[in-house]
Design a protein around this ligand. Structure first.
Ligand code: 5GP
Ligand code: MN
Length: 363
């Protein structure tokens, strides 16, 4: 089988030439030697984390492998439409089952995270597993102990990278519609429906190829970008009408939501998804910060335009990181302290605001 697979490397698509042939050969060789594969991702898994792991699971099963997805905690409801979503093993719910899958695996593929702390309580289990590990990720500065790493921060999403690896391996013809649906989901969620992170036009070719394989773009957008509950819509309306603060000279919008508000609006995980993007729609706004008082910490989420580095703010102030224009972090303390910390440092980042900018329209 190995020789057959390596020969198929030659059938790769030209647009994936940036992948090292040796890495692809090594990937195929590790895959060939493995029977039981675990695919895993970061805590609070999003469309890209679930899309990449579940997308690979569907492909590997078709290739005759025993493949399972093990995630640190519950994925959001908006992803329930994904094929075989119910088969995802959630560590916070089924610890012994997840532990057994990890222990019995011979290969673990880590998707969509760059450091093991992003796996929270699942990290020790993955770290101590004897299995061979492969990283597939698009975050900067990977800090993982893996035998093979595919780390390409210029990719829009881990799903884009997974697609390219699959194509470079010569598996495009093996891609089934379930895989295609999962991969397109990550592409759509991480690019906010092709509005951000689309530096490379190849992604439209990938979109077309995934649609050729049966992925339903309309359904994916409907399910994981648009659909929300009545209470989620009410919470977002409240946040925008009553809780949005604008700092005009810093070109920044800030939304804070405390635990009483979350209770009042019957908050469920995922209900504030996308909210942080809204203030960026105001002409002249450069970045947006959202702080939510969760049960264990203040979850911070940031988005920006014009290459403004919100990842730096998250790194400096909130023990976090992410991408330059989409980042997050956590703060251990009160919501008020978290807000004050940010406001006390807000001027430190003014130098990143582009000099020539359209007027901020807030009147
Ligand atoms: P979100 O705002 O959607 O929660 O996260 C946006 C991006 O920021 C994620 O894709 C991830 O890369 C990064 N991120 C979010 N939360 C954290 C965090 O707590 N720590 C780190 N290092 N990165 C985070
Ligand atoms: Mn991602």
């Amino acid at each position: 089988m190995l020789i057959e697979l390596i020969r198929s490397v030659n059938k790769k698509l030209k647009m994936n030439d940036f992948l090292e042939t040796n890495d692809i050969k090594r990937f195929l060789s590790l895959l060939d030697k493995s029977e039981r594969i675990v695919l895993t991702c970061h805590v609070h898994p999003d469309g890209d984390a679930i899309g990449s792991t579940l997308g690979l699971m569907h492909l590997f099963r078709d290739l005759g492998k025993h493949a399972t997805v093990v995630v640190p905690d519950t994925p959001p409801r908006s992803l329930r439409f994904l094929p075989d979503f119910n088969e995802i093993a959630v560590y916070t719910r089924h610890d012994p089952y997840c532990s057994r899958l990890i222990e019995e695996s011979d290969l673990i593929i880590c998707c969509d995270f760059n450091t093991s702390s992003r796996q929270d309580h699942l990290a020790p289990l993955i770290n101590s597993a004897k299995s061979i590990k492969i990283l597939i990720d698009h975050h900067e500065e990977p800090d993982m102990n893996c035998e093979l790493q595919f780390s390409y921060p210029e990719m829009s999403s881990t799903c884009e990278l997974v697609f390219r690896i699959i194509a470079a391996c010569g598996f495009y013809s093996d891609l089934n519609h379930n895989s295609a649906t999962c991969l397109l989901t990550g592409l759509i969620t991480d690019t906010q429906n092709f509005t951000v992170n689309c530096r490379n036009n190849d992604i439209y070719e990938i979109l077309a190829k995934l649609m050729d394989k049966g992925a339903d773009k309309r359904k994916i957008i409907e399910e994981c970008i648009k659909a929300c509950s009545y209470w989620s819509l009410k919470l977002k309306s409240h946040a925008l009408s009553d809780k949005l603060e604008i700092f005009p000279s810093h070109r920044c919008g800030l939304i804070t939501i405390n635990k009483d508000e979350l209770a009042e609006y019957k908050y469920e995980k995922g209900d504030t998804e996308g909210l942080v993007n809204e203030p960026l729609n105001i002409r002249g706004m450069v970045y947006s910060v959202f702080m939510r008082e969760d049960s264990d910490c203040i979850k911070v989420s940031c988005r920006s335009k014009y290459e403004f580095p919100v990842s730096q703010i998250c790194k400096d102030l909130f023990n976090g990181g992410g991408h330059r224009m989409a980042a997050g972090g956590e703060y251990y303390g009160s919501l008020e302290e978290c807000r004050n910390l940010f406001i006390n440092h807000i001027k430190d980042y003014d130098s990143f605001i582009p000099k020539k900018l359209e007027k901020l329209e807030i009147n």
